[in-house]
Design a protein around this ligand. Sequence first.
Ligand SMILES: [Zn+2]
Ligand SMILES: [Zn+2]
Ligand SMILES: [Zn+2]
Length: 108
Amino acid sequence: MSEAAETKPRVKLLKYNAVAMWRYTFHNEKCGICRTHITQRCLDCVSAGNDVSECKLAWGRCGHCFHVHCIQKWLKTTHTCPMCSQVWEAERITGHNAADEDDSDDEM
Ligand SMILES: [Zn+2]
Ligand SMILES: [Zn+2]
Ligand SMILES: [Zn+2]
C-alpha cells in the first residue's frame, strides 16, 4: 500500500483488437490534407519525383487515411485528425496497393 503516486500518468488506450476491426473502408478517398487522391502520390512526392511506392498511406484509428508525408507534416503542429479532429493515432501504414499488405491477417 503506497500512497506515493498521487499523480497518475495519463493512461493511453492500448490497441484493442485492431486486426479484427481492420477493414479497408475508405471513409475518404482523397487525402484530407493535400486533396490528392490517396491512390496517388502526395504533392511533395509529385514535385520530388518520388515513386508512388515511396509514398505510404497512414490509416488512423478514426478511419481516415492520409499520405504519411502529409500527416507527418500535419502532426508537427497538431495531434488531431484533420478530418474529424479526434486525437490522431496511426493504426496502420500501408502501401498504395493495400491488398498486397496482409502481414498479419489470416483471412483475405
Ligand atoms: Zn496528402
Ligand atoms: Zn508522399
Ligand atoms: Zn479522422
